[in-house]
Ligand binder design. Structure first.
Ligand code: NAI
Length: 339
């Protein structure tokens, strides 16, 4: 039976790519919008059997309630913390994600952030571009070779980070509630308790999922355990780091810098005008929004707009898997189901 399927937050080239797979989705009526989906961004039409969203949409219980015949959500991401899974389950809506599309892609970006900080690449470039000044005064960095990197979360992305770190001649320490002993043997690194990892690492990089248990994992106390002058890299989810605690540690000079591809309240900061005029500040933390602005202005902080996934190869893999996930739903065989 034909299904109505809506894609939210899709750029024209993504629409074109998905439509080029029409033979796989033959029996579907596809509807596309560049708009995200959230409480404040509801489409006029909601009679869809399935929807597809990216992490910039927020699929709350209220949003779900407005789709009367919804059966399936295909998120074009690995993480699914932007979907209220409890509400989806109780409404009988199945959810599929893209379990793996570019573990190397995110790991490469984590190293991009590390090198930007360790070698002051942005400041170097900015100095030449803004003032034509070729002085290296203040641009001294530090070697990665021989330094220790603490990898928090040694899953698919963490594995690639470890492999790259070894290529740089770094010492690796891992922390994961489910240690992967064959990975530790393959790359010859120890697993240690999180507090030890924090105390011993020159660079701490986060590659774990965001869940209620990992909310503010890096809080005031854990950040204070980090080695003085260490770098904190977050390409996971903003909520894993307590933004206010991070600002304090950077301001006090206890941390050497931070490389952040994700921020708490990043949805608000991406579209502040819309947020202000929508008049719906409920559920948002203004203090964190202000702290984000403080971070953006700090010279030893590099922030990118949740861009770690964004390579040509990774996007094509995301769209291919999403199309397969939707085809699975249409054939009554859900693939890559989020439990
Ligand atoms: P994965 O599921 O392969 O690995 C996650 C690892 O974290 C697992 O080994 C798990 O045991 C571990 N873990 C769970 N709780 C933990 C805790 N409290 N402390 C330390 N480790 C813990 O996931 P993958 O593919 O490596 O992705 C990791 C995260 O990266 C995703 O959940 C997602 O939020 C984020 N991500 C960010 C992207 C971006 O564009 N910035 C793109 C893709 C993923």
């Amino acid at each position: 039976m034909s299904k109505n399927i809506a894609f939210f937050g899709t750029k024209p080239w993504e629409k074109e790519y998905i439509e080029s797979k029409k033979e796989i989705l033959a029996d579907a009526a596809l509807w596309f919008t560049e708009e995200i989906l959230s409480n404040d961004h509801m489409p006029k039409e909601t009679n869809f059997d399935a929807i597809s969203v990216f992490v910039d949409s927020t699929v709350t219980k209220e949003v779900l309630a407005k789709f009367p015949i919804l059966q399936f959500i295909a998120t074009r991401s690995t993480g699914y913390d932007h979907i209220d899974m409890v509400a989806a389950k109780s409404k009988g809506v199945e959810v599929s994600s893209v379990p793996s599309y570019g573990a190397n892609t995110v790991a490469e970006m984590a190293f991009g952030l590390i090198l930007s900080l360790s070698r002051k690449i942005f400041e170097s470039y900015d100095r030449i571009r803004e003032s034509g000044n070729w002085s290296v005064e203040g641009l001294r960095g530090f070697d990665l070779m021989g330094k220790t990197i603490g990898v928090v979360g040694t899953g698919k992305i963490g594995r690639h980070v470890i492999s790259i770190a070894k290529g740089f001649g770094m010492n690796v320490i891992g922390y994961d509630p489910k240690p992967n002993l064959s990975l530790a043997a393959e790359f010859d690194f120890p697993y240690k308790p999180l507090n030890d990892l924090l105390a011993e690492s020159d660079v701490v990089t986060l590659h774990l999922p965001y869940m209620p248990e990992t909310h503010h994992l890096m809080d005031d106390i854990r950040i204070s355990l980090m080695k003085p002058g260490a770098l904190l890299i977050n390409t996971s989810r903003g909520g894993i780091v307590d933004t206010n605690a991070l600002v304090k540690a950077l301001k006090d000079g206890r941390l050497g810098g931070a490389g952040l591809d994700v921020l708490e309240e990043e949805g608000v900061i991406k579209d502040e005008i819309d947020f202000l005029v929508s008049g719906k500040p409920e559920g948002h933390d203004w203090k964190t929004v202000i702290a984000n602005h403080v971070l953006i202005d700090m010279p030893n902080v590099i922030i990118t707009p949740h861009n770690a996934f964004n390579t040509k190869e990774a996007i094509e893999r995301i769209l291919d898997t999403t199309v397969e996930n939707i085809a699975g739903y249409m054939n009554g065989q859900i693939k890559n189901k989020v439990e």
